[in-house]
Design a protein around this ligand. Sequence first.
Ligand code: NAP
Length: 240
Amino acid sequence: MGRVALVTGGTRGIGRAICEALKDAGCEVGAVYHGNTEKANKFQEETGINVYRWDVGDFAECQAGVSKVTEELGPVEILINNAGITRDGTLQRMTFEQWDAVIQTNLTSCFNMSRCVIESMRERGFGRIINVGSVNGQAGQYGQANYAAAKSGIHGFTKALAQEGAGKGITVNAIAPGYVDTDMVRAVPENVLEKIIANIPVRRLGRAEDIARGVIFLAADEASFVTGSTLSINGGQHMY
Ligand code: NAP
């Protein structure tokens, strides 16, 4: 592809696989992380991909971070809004802090990051924005009113921005992963995970590479007719 790509939450899990796949496809890649510097440094050593530390939920930090990436790698042509967290709890127990952290990191981050790159994409007449949603944003999930709201919001954001970018060579799509074997899912108790897998028709968790494959499809120059869509990659767990 030979383009500059920036992946939020790029140093671990799904984001790491996305970074590696984009690099293999010929992109100059940057990976954003937040707190886990040890993992980020190891990732940089192993992959040779530049890492950048900032909070995607903070607009000023995104502005400063994107400026630095632009200086070092060039203008961002492919943006993958992948960073995400969970802070689960049923609503009667959920604190405002749990609600707010999840909305900021998963949803407001998509505004923050897209806002920081959209003008340059419009000027250059090319852009690919891929937002990572979730099956739980499509179907809802007990104990995840915050996460489901944020991920569901991502799908609406994607469709609106796709309409705005369509005349300027910018496509905006979402990927809705099912359960993928990463740190986030390893935090789920084993007995709950067994029940989840029993309800996945292909009878396994997804691999980070399964999601990266979808990103490569959507990020390609040749995918210019695909916009405003949500690609569900979930082993058949949720179909509609
Ligand atoms: P993960 O293994 O927990 O990794 C999360 C990544 O996001 C890390 O690189 C982390 O950085 C970064 N991050 C978190 N908060 C951030 C912030 N405020 N600013 C910048 N970076 C931040 O997650 P994952 O399982 O790969 O999930 C990736 C995405 O897929 C998320 O949006 C998640 O909601 C979505 N998803 C995951 C699954 C699944 O089953 N795993 C299913 C559906 C959707 P640090 O390392 O510094 O913490």
